[in-house]
Design a protein. Structure first.
Length: 632
C-alpha cells in the first residue's frame, strides 16, 4: 500500500466543506474516544490536521499493524463525535458523515489504496446499492414472495455498514451544569431534533459535548432489515427509499410513524443521558367514596403484591367489572414512593375517559394526558396517560405501565408497538395488562402460571352480562341506500326511546354513519354520529353522555372505554367480518353498566348468523355461568 506524502497537498474533503463549516475540536478529555490502532508507518503522515482549516484528529500509535480501515473508521467517528448537531447547520458536512464506505474512499482519493484494502468497502457499497434498489422495488408493489430479501439478508448478515451506525455520545462531564428546563423536557424521552426547537442548537450541542445528550440514528440496518429506532418498525415494505435533499444520498424513511414526523436514515433522535429530575414525595389524596367488591379487593391486593415484586400482571375482568377501580391502590402506592406511572391504551377515547375518572379520584395528582391532538403540553409528571403511539417518544421512563384494553387494535398483533412498550419501561419495571377479552396466548400464559393475574367474571353490581338477541333483517345496506329503515330496527329503537333509554347503534363502516344519522333524524329520532375520522367525536360523545342525543351511531371506535348510564346496544350488520368475537363482546359490554340500572338489552341485527356471533354469545354465557358460582 502506498502512503500519501502529505495530507495538505491533496485534501480529502471538498472545498465546499472547508468554506462552509469548521467544527470545534474535541475537548481534551475526549481524545481517547476517537483513538484507533494504526499502522506506525501511516501514523506520522496522518497525524497532521486534515486541512489548514480543520482541527487535529488526535490519534495514538500502537504496535500491532493494522489496515487503512482503522483510519477511515477514525475519520468517520471523529466527525460524528465532534458535532453531530452540525447536521442542523450544514448539509454538506452531514452528507460527508452519512456517506457509504465506497463514497468515503472516493472522497479520500481511493487511488492511494491498494485493491486489497478497498475490496471490503466496495462489497459493502454493492450491498448498500442492492438494498436501495430492492426497497424501491418493494414500494412499487412487488409481491412479498418475489422480493429477494432472503438473499439480501444473508449477504450482509455479518456486515456493519458505517452508513447505518446506531448511536454515539460523549463521556459525562461531572463539572458541567445542565439546563434544568432541558432536563425536565428530555428526561425519559426520545425526540426528533425538530421537536427540541424551544432550545437553541448551540445549547443542545454544549449538552452533547458534556455527555448529557445522546444521538441515535433514526433508521439503521439490522441483519439487512431496516429498523426504525423511534417506532420499532422492522417490516420491510413499510420503508421507502428516496433521494434525500437533506444529506444528498439515498435515504430510507419510515411510513409506520410518519404522522409523528419524518424519520430518515440521516435523522438524529435525541435522548437524555444525565440524571433524571427528582420526583419528590407527595401524599396522594384518594377521593373515592365507593367500596371495592370482594373480587375487586382480591384483585387489588394481588396486583399490588405483584408490582412490588416487579412482576407483570393480568387483570382479566368482564366489561363493567370495575377494572379501573382495581388500579387505585397500586397507583397511589407507586406514586407515593416517587415512582413514575403511565396508563396507556390503543384508543384515544379510552384515554379521555380515564383522564376524566382519574382526575375526579385523584384531584391533587399532577398528571398529563397525551394523545394525537391533545391540548396539554408535555411536562415531567409522576403520572402520564397516553396512547400507545405516543409511547414512541419515551425511553426508560416509567416504573409501571398499565396497558388498558391490551387486545384492541392497533396494539393487537403489532410487534413494533410491543417493542415501543418494552423500551418505555424501566429495566426493573412492571407491566399490567387490563382487558375483558385477552387473546389466546395471554389466556394460555395466565392459565399455565407463566403470567400472574386474576380473573373477575362478575360485574361490580353483581348483575349478569346482557345476552345478545339475534334478529334477521336481510339486506339492510340496500334499504339504507334507498333511505329506508328495516321495520324490526325501527320498532326496537322506538321502544328504547319510549323507555327513556339511550342507544349505541354500531355500524360496520364509516360510510354508514352519516346516512344512518340523516335517516334517523328524518324519522324524528335525536341521533348523532361519531367515527375515527370525525374531529368533533369527543364533543359528540360528551353531548351523548349528557343526554342531548338519544342515539349514537358509531363504528368500533367506541366499543371500549365509554360508560353511559341507561344504555342499550344494537349492532347493525353483525355478520360483517370486522365484528369478530372480541369486538362483539366489547360492544355488548356497553349495556347495563350502571348500578342503578343494571339491566340492558343487546341485539345483533344481521343478514345471516356467523361463527363469530355464536362465539360471542357463548363467551357471554360462560362469563355469566362463572359469575353465578360467585353469587351462590
Amino acid at each position: 500500500m502506498r502512503a500519501p506524502a502529505s495530507i495538505h497537498s491533496s485534501p480529502p474533503l471538498t472545498s465546499n466543506y472547508h468554506s462552509a463549516v469548521s467544527p470545534e475540536p474535541l475537548p481534551s478529555n475526549v481524545d481517547a474516544s476517537v483513538c484507533r490502532h494504526l499502522n506506525p508507518a501511516l501514523f506520522d503522515t496522518w497525524y497532521a490536521p486534515l486541512s489548514p482549516k480543520e482541527p487535529s484528529v488526535h490519534l495514538v500509535s500502537a504496535a500491532p499493524p493494522t489496515s487503512t480501515a482503522y483510519f477511515l473508521d477514525t475519520c468517520l467517528s471523529y466527525f460524528k463525535k465532534s458535532s453531530p448537531f452540525i447536521y442542523e447547520y450544514e448539509p454538506t458536512l452531514q452528507a460527508f458523515i452519512t456517506l457509504s464506505w465506497r463514497r468515503l474512499l472516493k472522497w479520500l482519493h481511493s487511488d492511494r489504496f491498494s485493491e486489497e484494502n478497498t475490496a471490503p468497502y466496495s462489497q459493502s457499497s454493492q450491498i448498500d446499492a442492492t438494498f436501495d434498489q430492492t426497497a424501491t422495488h418493494r414500494t412499487r408493489g412487488q409481491s412479498k414472495k418475489q422480493h429477494p430479501t432472503h438473499a439480501l439478508t444473508q449477504s450482509i448478515r455479518n456486515e456493519t455498514h458505517p452508513a447505518y451506525s446506531s448511536s454515539f455520545c460523549m463521556p459525562l462531564d461531572p463539572d458541567f451544569s445542565p439546563n434544568q428546563q432541558l432536563q425536565v423536557f428530555l428526561a425519559g424521552r426520545l425526540l426528533l431534533m425538530s421537536e427540541c426547537q424551544a432550545f437553541p442548537l448551540k445549547e443542545l450541542e454544549a449538552h452533547f459535548k458534556a455527555g448529557y445528550l445522546q444521538i441515535q440514528q433514526g433508521i439503521t440496518c439490522v441483519g439487512g432489515i431496516p429498523f426504525c429506532h423511534r417506532c420499532g418498525n422492522h417490516v420491510f415494505h413499510q420503508f421507502v427509499s428516496h433521494t434525500c435533499r437533506r444529506c444528498g444520498r439515498k435515504c430510507l424513511y419510515c411510513r409506520e410513524c410518519l404522522e409523528m414526523g419524518l424519520v430518515r436514515s440521516c435523522t438524529a433522535l435525541v435522548k437524555w443521558r444525565g440524571p433524571s429530575p427528582p420526583l419528590l414525595y407527595q401524599e396522594v389524596q384518594l377521593n373515592w367514596e365507593g367500596t371495592l367488591t370482594v373480587e375487586q379487593q382480591e384483585a387489588s391486593d394481588k396486583l399490588l403484591h405483584s408490582v412490588k415484586a416487579r412482576q407483570n400482571f393480568l387483570v382479566w375482568a368482564v366489561c363493567g367489572a370495575g377494572k379501573t377501580e382495581v388500579l387505585y391502590q397500586t397507583l397511589k402506592n407507586m406514586i407515593e414512593q416517587g415512582k413514575r406511572v403511565a396508563i396507556a391504551s390503543p384508543r384515544s377515547d379510552v384515554i379521555l375517559e380515564l383522564d376524566r375518572r382519574i382526575g375526579s379520584v385523584f384531584p391533587t395528582l399532577s398528571r398529563v394526558a397525551i394523545y394525537g391532538d391533545s391540548p396539554d403540553d408535555y411536562t415531567f409528571t409522576p403520572f402520564v396517560l397516553t396512547t400507545l403511539h405516543q409511547l414512541r417518544r419515551f425511553e426508560s421512563a416509567f416504573d409501571l405501565i398499565v396497558i388498558d384494553e391490551v387486545d384492541a387494535f392497533p396494539f393487537k398483533g403489532n410487534q413494533a408497538l410491543n417493542t415501543v412498550l418494552q423500551r418505555a419501561l424501566m429495566s426493573d419495571g412492571s407491566l399490567v395488562f387490563v382487558t375483558a377479552t385477552p387473546d389466546r396466548e395471554m389466556k394460555k400464559a395466565y392459565l399455565h402460571g407463566r403470567l400472574n393475574g386474576i380473573h373477575i367474571p362478575i360485574r361490580f353490581h353483581r348483575g349478569p352480562l346482557p345476552e345478545p338477541k339475534f334478529v334477521w333483517i336481510g339486506d339492510w345496506k340496500k334499504k339504507l341506500s334507498r333511505g329506508k329503515l328495516h321495520e324490526s330496527l325501527y320498532k326496537w329503537l322506538q321502544e328504547r326511546i319510549q323507555d327513556k333509554r339511550r342507544v349505541f347503534l354500531f355500524v360496520p363502516e364509516i360510510g354508514d354513519v352519516e346516512p344512518m344519522v340523516l335517516l334517523l333524524n328524518k324519522k324524528q329520532f335525536l341521533a348523532e354520529g361519531a367515527h375515527s375520522k370525525d374531529p368533533m367525536r369527543r364533543d359528540k360523545v360528551l353531548a351523548f353522555r349528557e343526554g342531548r342525543h338519544h342515539i349514537m351511531v358509531t363504528t368500533t371506535i367506541l366499543e371500549r372505554g365509554v360508560t353511559i348510564s341507561r344504555a342499550d346496544v344494537a349492532i347493525l350488520g353483525a355478520e360483517r367480518p370486522i365484528f369478530d368475537e372480541r369486538a362483539l363482546v366489547q360492544m355488548s359490554g356497553r349495556a347495563g353498566r350502571d348500578r342503578e340500572n343494571p339491566d340492558g338489552e343487546v341485539v345483533f341485527f344481521h343478514n345471516g348468523k356467523t361463527r363469530e356471533m355464536l362465539r360471542a354469545l357463548r363467551h357471554i354465557q360462560f362469563m355469566n355461568h362463572e359469575a353465578m358460582k360467585l353469587t351462590r
